[in-house]
Ligand binder design. Sequence first.
Ligand SMILES: Nc1ncnc2c1ncn2[C@@H]1O[C@H](COP(=O)(O)OP(=O)(O)OP(=O)(O)O)[C@@H](O)[C@H]1O
Ligand SMILES: [Mg+2]
Length: 1098
Amino acid sequence: MDVLTLWVWIWHPSVYQLETMAKMEVKSSLLDNMIGVGDMVLLEPLNEETFIDNLKKRFDHNEIYTYIGSVVISVNPYRSLPIYSPEKVEDYRNRNFYELSPHIFALSDEAYRSLRDQDKDQCILITGESGAGKTEASKLVMSYVAAVCGKGAEVNQVKEQLLQSNPVLEAFGNAKTVRNDNSSRFGKYMDIEFDFKGDPLGGVISNYLLEKSRVVKQPRGERNFHVFYQLLSGASEELLRKLKLERDFSRYNYLSLDSAKVNGVDDAANFRTVRNAMQIVGFMDHEAESVLEVVAAVLKLGNIEFKPESRVNGLDESKIKDKNELKEICELTSIDQLVLERAFSFRTVEAKQEKVSTTLNVAQAYYARDALAKNLYSRLFSWLVNRINESIKAQTKVRKKVMGVLDIYGFEIFEDNSFEQFIINYCNEKLQQIFIELTLKEEQEEYIREDIEWTHIDYFNNAIICDLIENNTNGILAMLDEECLRPGTVTDETFLEKLNQVCATHQHFESRMSKCSRFLNDTSLPHSCFRIQHYAGKVLYQVEGFVDKNNDLLYRDLSQAMWKAGHALIKSLFPEGNPAKVNLKRPPTAGSQFKASVATLMKNLQTKNPNYIRCIKPNDKKAAHIFNESLVCHQIRYLGLLENVRVRRAGYAFRQAYEPCLERYKMLCKQTWPHWKGPARSGVEVLFNELEIPEEEYSFGRSKIFIRNPRTLFQLEDLRKQRLEDLATLIQKIYRGWKCRTHFLLMKKSQVVISAWYRRYAQQKRYQQIKSSALVIQSYIRGWKARKILRELKHQKRCKEAATTIAAYWHGTQVRREYRKFFRANAGKKIYEFTLQRIVQKYFLEMKNKMPSLSPIDKNWPSRPYLFLDSTHKELKRIFHLWRCKKYRDQFTDQQKLVYEEKLEASELFKDKKALYPSSVGQPFQGAYLEINKNPKYKKLKDAIEEKIIIAEVVNKINRANGKSTSRIFLLTNNNLLLADQKSGQIKSEVPLVDVTKVSMSSQNDGFFAVHLKEGSEAASKGDFLFSSDHLIEMATKLYRTTLSQTKQKLNIEISDEFLVQFRQDKVCVKFIQGSQKNGSVPTCKRKNNRLLEVAVP
Ligand SMILES: Nc1ncnc2c1ncn2[C@@H]1O[C@H](COP(=O)(O)OP(=O)(O)OP(=O)(O)O)[C@@H](O)[C@H]1O
Ligand SMILES: [Mg+2]
């Protein structure tokens, strides 16, 4: 648990959870539930038997991984185990190497973390023989790293491309062999590049020596490369037609028939997987198609057959049997058929501007054909690797961290071992060397450096074998090259001879012809063979084909034919075919090329931190659950695993510099905790003494402490974890105590403040309550007292009043009793009447003095003194007025009486009806204005009238024709109405009063009036009269009165501003209008038309 975790643990709210986690961490260890021993270093006793037993025991319990220190041994289970699930990935993620049971994920995690966190480039070296599980292991490492490294769209794409490069390379580079159904027939080293955060950026793949001979020939029970079978099984009919292929494997000579089908392998499905992977990796459609075209061309090349044909010069010449296949190949690859045909028939050798063309015999033609097929395929494979590299290479130029994964063919011992096995085994030899160098040698050297006592362990250093093969002057490869380049006849035998000469004395070289006397009698060695005693065992190599394979010759005619192809990919695969770049120098041999690339690889690996996975194959049958002890024993031996353990055990399993060691464990001892003042080394010494670790368990180096046994380390770790827990608990305890105390103090302080405030508040409230209660009580008492006093006072007052009343009554009773004798029973009425009489008397007496004048028009009347006399007062006023009027009337003579009667009559007739009336009131009615009696002029008239004349007056008679007026004397007698001429006094008209029906006049201030006569009467013959008089009111009144007294009928007097007057037959309307003042105050009369007479009244 680091400091960070510790603090998280302390501070994090979910302490409980972390606590349990921490406990889990403490418990978990490699040692838990161990089957056998997880780390061979812990094996007791250590020998080959126990070693194999331990492996077997673990294998039987599905524990296929076992450690030797940091090296992982992996035993191929040959079945899928549930130990690679995402949960397992999570389990191993960020865990200590020794924390969980051994697993390839633990090694991958360790490598990835030290790459990411300590910036150390890593390499993972996976070794083991064919079928031991190297390729699977490399894929597991890659998938683990892919699972734990960063995420994101871009990163995921890089990961996907890196992972998907595997199916493509496996299809083209893997094949079924007797040892492995998916045997890698090439070496592969892949550098995965990461950025500083540990996110993958890309990768670079290097391939080593493809076993190209497999293209043309496969050993019994083995297959050609997967891709051929996948293409024929999985391609659609259309694609096959396009590639001019048939689905039947037996149609192709290059495909061995006996094991075309592999159990549990679906070639068709794999073809789809490969195409899909190619797409993911970034192959364009046309690129993928080109690749398949090359594959098809290789396949079809095998079907070209040759027949001998004798030439004139007696030499045999080869001819193509059936040109159909050739034609199709040429169509597929766009090569001129003639060019290719010629290339299969002739060989041109160029030397110093000389060209020599020789014909090829049938054997040479076949050789040329196969060489072309092999070259085409192996170059295609290299092109594929380069193409994949192009896709997966890191896009950025930033500094990269690198993790290399090496999956190279394992050590091989076949019945017939040829050049390929020699090369492969050489490579394994080199890998063993680097392993030895880096583990054993480094280990020992470090001990020496650190001045640690070291019991030397003899281990086999295979440098001597490497030297045998690769030595530049007398190494086997150098010999081979020399032989190949040598002029003259060169055969495999001459090569063997040379080896026999040069290597004869070498301890690890054997041959029948060897000059080494030790083996002279060794007849077990066949001819044309040599044997090398490899670190992993003796291998017998057949020299046949060594020279050829090393030369790796392709006739120039063929490479030129290929270069001329219209197929862009094929053209690019044979750059040396370009005639412009003719290079007379021989190309480097296969052996030297391989040696160089192995050397580069070794150099590369040496710069990185190595991690080893050593794969072991449990049986030869590719079967699960079978553990063939002898087979395993053999592998353990040649892998040097036992030696590996011994070195580990003899030395010290763990070492660490003093400072970090002290830093890590100082809490385990009081003297060193929390700070050690002195040098780190003495601190560690004190620490270890204190912990009583047995002295043999550790050793002090110059700068490091060496711990012999991992168990000691585990103990230390356990103690540390326990101590850390204790410390954490302590810190937690103190912190919690401090936190609680601070909290408590704060609470206490707060409590004091709160209680003070509360008390104050409570007291205030209580005081206010008491105060208001006191006030209430006080007011009640005061009220009560006041009411009591009031009651008393009221009582006293009422007593006084009662006494007064009683006294008054009492006095009254007393007085009445005393005076009763002086009153009669009706005295009250009398007094009342008397008083009334007195009042009335007084009223009348006062009225007498206040009487108003006797004038009937005097409105004065004295005011009423008493209300009850109101009606009397009014009656008295009425009586007085009547009396006064009577008095006034009594003074009149008969004459005056008559005048007043007439005036009264006039008033009744005209008051408020005729505007002329008010002016007539003051004028006395004289009646006879014309004194006919006295005037002699009217003597005749006077004589004619016998009756009494009531009116004699001059009036204007209005001429009805023009409105002009003529003066007439108007006379009214008791029975008649007479009109007489004013001048002569002659009577003009006489109308009996009974014939007068109506008098009409206007309402205005004029004197016009019309006298209407009864229709049909004599007088009416001339029509009605229209007059104007100054005394209209008087005349009308008198006419009315006379008519009434004589005829007893009321004369109809019409007052209207428009009335009709009968003129003979016509009726004329007399209309009164408001006239102007210009004619003075005299009204003017004008005839307007037949029907209208207009009177303008000013
Ligand atoms: N961890 C494993 N779990 C299950 N099966 C495995 C495992 N490792 C290997 N195998 C099986 O063993 C077979 C051979 O493994 P692999 O191809 O990795 O061998 P190799 O060491 O690469 O051989 P070669 O050197 O021939 O390439 C695989 O096809 C697989 O069936
Ligand atoms: Mg492999």
